[in-house]
Design a protein around this ligand. Structure first.
Ligand code: FAD
Length: 398
């Protein structure tokens, strides 16, 4: 049986989840190889929200402090409509007794990745190889042999474990033949990053805002680099049209008077899914992050959930190195139900409310006003939204 000191782990994918797992394993002395098919770290503007639960969870490992230093602390979240302005303001001060981080932290996900990459480069037992792709693997009871592709060919390397942190389209889950259960929304989302100071155009705007509207439901967020706005795209609009300045102008100007498309610094279209892997691995190959679950971004939970996976998997690997069946059983039992009960439940409820699925606008406004007034209900909502309920339920936080 393999001793922990002899163990080595292959992490496929140098996204924020793969790098976090590599960091945790590397710090504990395990030999780790990370392969990333892209030539360098991707500066992509996807996740920007880090929740209180995640910051509490990562704090003992030394990740939260630098992350907080790079981000913006946002204690307040606004719920709005385009026509009425602010309907309700929720304040994380209500959960200040429950967390050391009573706010949403807004920080670009690639800044966490950059910090992790730098920390990994200082670890002699960790190697991060950009421009190398996991193309296949085989497994025995004792080891995983991975085929890693890099120009001009591929080569085989053997590891004690393979962790697929290779995102929603990752090859690890497909090779394991694990179903990705769930659905893809008919609409995609258009995410815009602008240098315009949006509070100048939208009076009283908070740093984190959700806007309800059947056609133009949105979130508007401040991140350190810029303001971000997301809008839904129907199937009738293709990606080329969606990114065209005239189209963007026609969508945004009626909602935000004075919005100047020339200030747009980032624009991208994303498909949106609600999916969870039928199993979180097989044998010595395990799945984390987007490779294991995808969700709509209303609530900012996907990456947070992936980081929770990374910590959970690290803890179970550390406790049961020589026993992959126990690692998988305990890891999956801790994390998979949360992808459904916390992440999917909350993000789908947010989507329904913002789009007005099964709820009339007047009723929604009444519901939000009541939530702002009823401090006990608001406190419970914030415990769920900040994922503290989730990490407590699955035994990862006190
Ligand atoms: C618009 C938008 C906004 C979002 N906002 C939030 C938010 O505020 N908060 C939040 O928690 N989440 C948010 N998310 C979700 C979040 O971005 C993802 O959950 C997160 O990026 C997942 O990280 P990951 O490391 O699991 O996967 P990824 O970031 O997808 O990284 C996977 C990596 O694996 C690499 N790879 C793939 N295949 C291979 C292979 N065969 N070999 C080697 N490397 C490979 C890829 O190149 C990539 O670098 C948002 C998503 C979107 C689209």
């Amino acid at each position: 049986m393999l001793l922990r000191s002899e163990a080595n782990c292959l992490v496929a994918g140098a996204g924020p989840v793969g790098l976090t797992l590599a960091y945790l394993l590397g710090k504990s002395g395990v030999r780790v190889t990370v392969v990333e098919k892209e030539a360098s770290l991707q500066k992509d503007y996807r996740a920007s929200t880090f929740h209180a639960a995640t910051l509490d969870l990562l704090e003992p490992y030394g990740i939260s402090e630098p992350l907080v230093a790079m981000g913006i602390q946002c204690p307040v979240v606004q719920y709005r409509t385009w026509a009425d302005g602010v309907i309700a303001t929720l304040d994380h001060a209500l959960i200040a007794g429950e967390t050391r981080h009573p706010y949403r932290l807004q920080c670009e996900q690639f800044k966490l990745s950059e910090w992790l990459l730098q920390a990994l480069q200082a670890m002699p037992n960790v190697e991060v190889r950009h421009g190398e792709e996991l193309v296949g693997f085989t497994m025995t009871d004792e080891a995983v042999t991975a085929t890693i592709g890099a120009a001009p060919g591929t080569r085989k390397e053997t590891f004690s474990y393979l962790v697929g942190a290779d995102g929603g389209r990752g090859v690890t889950r497909r090779i394991l033949d694990i179903a990705f259960e769930g659905f893809t929304y008919p609409e995609r989302i258009l995410v815009l990053g602008t240098r315009t100071d949006l509070p100048r155009l939208i009076p009283g705007l908070a740093m984190v805002n959700y806007v309800a509207d059947p056609e133009h439901y949105a979130h508007i967020l401040r991140i350190p680099d810029m303001w971000r706005l997301s809008l839904p795209l129907t199937e009738q609009v293709d990606d080329v049209q969606a990114l065209d300045s005239d189209y963007i102008r026609s969508r945004v100007e009626p909602l935000i008077a004075g919005f100047d498309v020339r200030d747009i610094a980032v624009k991208k279209v994303y498909a949106v899914h609600q999916r969870v892997a039928a199993a979180y691995g097989k044998g010595r190959a395990l799945l984390v992050g987007d490779a294991a679950h995808l969700n709509n971004p209303k609530g900012g939970m996907g990456l947070n959930g992936g980081l929770h996976d990374a910590v959970s998997l690290f803890r179970h690997l550390s406790a049961h190195w020589g026993d992959p069946a126990t690692v998988l059983k305990q890891y999956e039992a801790q994390r998979r139900p949360e992808a459904i009960q916390a992440i999917h439940k909350h993000t789908q409820a947010n989507y329904n409310a913002l789009k007005g699925v099964g709820v009339q606008r007047a009723e929604l406004v009444e519901r939000w006003v009541a939530l702002e007034r009823d401090k006990a209900a608001q406190r419970q909502f914030l415990l769920d939204a900040s994922m503290l309920s989730s990490l407590r339920r699955c035994g990862m936080l006190e």
